[in-house]
Design a protein. Structure first.
Length: 99
């Protein structure tokens, strides 16, 4: 029971199991940094959607590319486009610790 309590206290106090103090994690950034991250994520999202759409267009336009493995890649590209277009970009601020 004491080990569980000590472990919980070490997590709460931001101390590792070996007793080393870890750097505090902060997800608070200045406005210019947030704007830069938003721009970079928007560019990344646009590039992934366009690239995956090009995969779909290539599969539709060239019948000889419609092999089983290429159809699976097309399916993955379509899924990725749908995921990106429904507003689920990679976001660092959603992975906050719940301690």
């Amino acid at each position: 029971m004491e080990q569980t309590t000590a472990f919980a206290m070490s997590i709460r106090d931001n101390v590792s199991a070996a007793g080393h103090q870890r750097a505090p994690v902060s997800l608070t950034y200045d406005l210019p940094v947030m704007i830069l991250v938003a721009i970079l994520l928007s560019i990344l999202t646009l590039m992934t959607v366009v690239g995956n759409l090009l995969v779909g267009v290539a599969l539709l336009r060239y019948p000889r590319l419609r092999t089983v493995s290429n159809c699976l890649i097309g399916n993955l590209a379509q899924t990725h486009v749908q995921q990106q277009s429904t507003g689920k970009p990679p976001r660092a601020d959603t992975h906050k610790s719940r301690l």
